[in-house]
Ligand binder design. Structure first.
Ligand SMILES: [Mn+2]
Length: 424
């Protein structure tokens, strides 16, 4: 490719002559492979994406945040920052998505992010109770558009943030009950639940919340360095135990549990015994390296989907090499490279999911928010893949036992006077 250009350039030494000889079209013909590049295709694809929601958001921002000062030329800029811009401003939800303060509203959105600030199941470093806050904060730097996959989440799906579940710090079982109740509410509404932990103990109550709303069968793709399938740890259902309890549920079989990335020196023998007895499917990091990302994803999907109706994704951030994700409870070297992890998560999402959790981000141990950033990236890549492959909402037809959770009675708005105060 370079040599063609080089020859063309040497036809004349005068730069204007070169420009005349080499129009943009000529250059493309001189480089026939260019149109096969993802970069070129993605550039064309952007032109096909709608922009209506972006216009809507900017009009909404002027309504909510008042029109901007006279000196500002861009009349879409409000006085008070609202919505996506500027990225450093605002009280941000995940990806600056609308806050569903009234959780009845989640039904209006394709997907709902809910934080699960719970680290009572942690057996080493704590701090994941700040995971949802950490992930939300750094998620503010993302736009909803991804160049490579050619998706604009704002234009092609609806997303809200329902805030956090009210967990009980010193009580695992009460917290589990709260978590299952919250997840069952979101799942029953038809909105896809996206949980941000929290330690990995939440895997069981999250999946329980989904499983109780359906008579259908559910498989699990679990990315982790750790097997997390022993019955108890330190005498409780800690973050080392979620899949033992999840696969006790009648519609969640251990045969459909696929554990990807397991290995290293932090896998308790007790967990391995259970995995062997229950015949779960473990793909180690070395297996993944030998087979490659595509084959690994294909195999994981085949086993997780075998005879089931839906698949749940559990993504432990510590599955990625700890050099990339220092802010986690049990850091382990030798994990996925970020590119591998993101590709695997996207490929699993491409077949559709009934929910996902992103766990073990611990901001107090993080550096420059990189662990929280990686967690954000996993979630947005999963959403992008669901949109790109038309799988968003595929879980809805399996909700045959929706729950209805009562709400309290209160009329009005908190902290506001009955009549608005008029200025001037
Ligand atoms: Mn782990």
């Amino acid at each position: 490719m370079f040599s063609d250009l080089h020859r063309a350039r040497t036809r004349s030494h005068h730069p204007l002559d070169v420009a005349a000889q080499l129009t943009a079209r000529d250059r493309r013909q001189h480089h026939p492979d260019l149109t096969k590049l993802g970069g070129w295709k993605a550039m064309q694809k952007e032109g096909e994406l709608p922009e209506g929601r972006w216009d809507e958001e900017r009009r909404w921002a002027l309504r909510m945040g008042l029109t901007g000062a006279d000196s500002i030329d861009d009349k879409s800029i409000p006085t008070f920052a609202r919505g996506e811009l500027p990225h450093y401003a605002g009280i941000n939800t995940f990806l600056k998505a609308p806050y569903a303060e009234d959780v009845q509203e989640v039904a209006h959105y394709d997907a709902t992010v809910l934080g699960i600030p719970f680290d009572g199941g942690t057996t080493y470093r704590a701090g994941t109770r700040f995971g949802p806050q950490g992930v939300r904060k750094i998620s503010a730097l993302y736009t909803p558009y991804n160049y490579e996959i050619g998706v604009d989440l704002r234009e092609q799906m609806t997303l809200c943030d329902a805030g956090d579940v009210f967990t009980i710090p010193a009580n695992i079982e009460k917290s589990f009950d709260q978590i299952s109740r919250a997840v069952s509410h979101v799942f029953s509404s038809g909105s896809l639940p996206i949980m941000i932990g929290g330690d990995h103990s939440i895997g069981f109550p999250c999946l329980r919340g989904i499983a109780e709303c359906t008579s259908k069968k559910i498989g699990i793709v679990h990315f982790d360095r750790h097997a997390d399938i022993q019955e108890k740890d330190l005498d409780e259902r800690m973050h080392t135990t979620p899949w033992f309890h999840a696969t006790n549920m009648p519609n969640v079989s251990p045969k459909n549990l696929v554990q990807v990335g397991i290995g290293g020196w932090q896998v308790p023998r007790e967990a391995v015994k259970v995995a062997r007895e229950r015949e779960t499917n473990i793909i180690t990091m070395a297996d993944m390296e030998a087979m490659g990302v595509d084959k690994t994803a294909e195999m994981a999907l085949e086993m997780a989907w075998d005879g089931v109706d839906m698949v749940y994704m559990s993504f432990d951030i510590d599955s990625i090499d700890c050099g990339f994700v220092p802010g986690t409870g049990w850091p382990e070297p030798g994990g996925f490279l970020p590119r591998e992890a993101l590709a695997l998560a996207s490929k699993v999402a491409a077949e559709g999911i009934c929910g996902m959790e992103l766990v073990e981000v611990s901001p107090p141990y993080d550096q420059s928010e990189i662990t929280a950033l990686m967690g954000t990236r996993v979630i947005v890549d999963v959403l992008g893949s669901l949109v790109a492959h038309g799988k968003l909402g595929a879980h809805k037809r399996h909700i045959d036992k929706p729950v209805a959770i009562p709400h309290g009675e209160f009329d009005g708005k908190r902290w506001s006077n009955p009549e608005p105060h008029r200025i001037g």
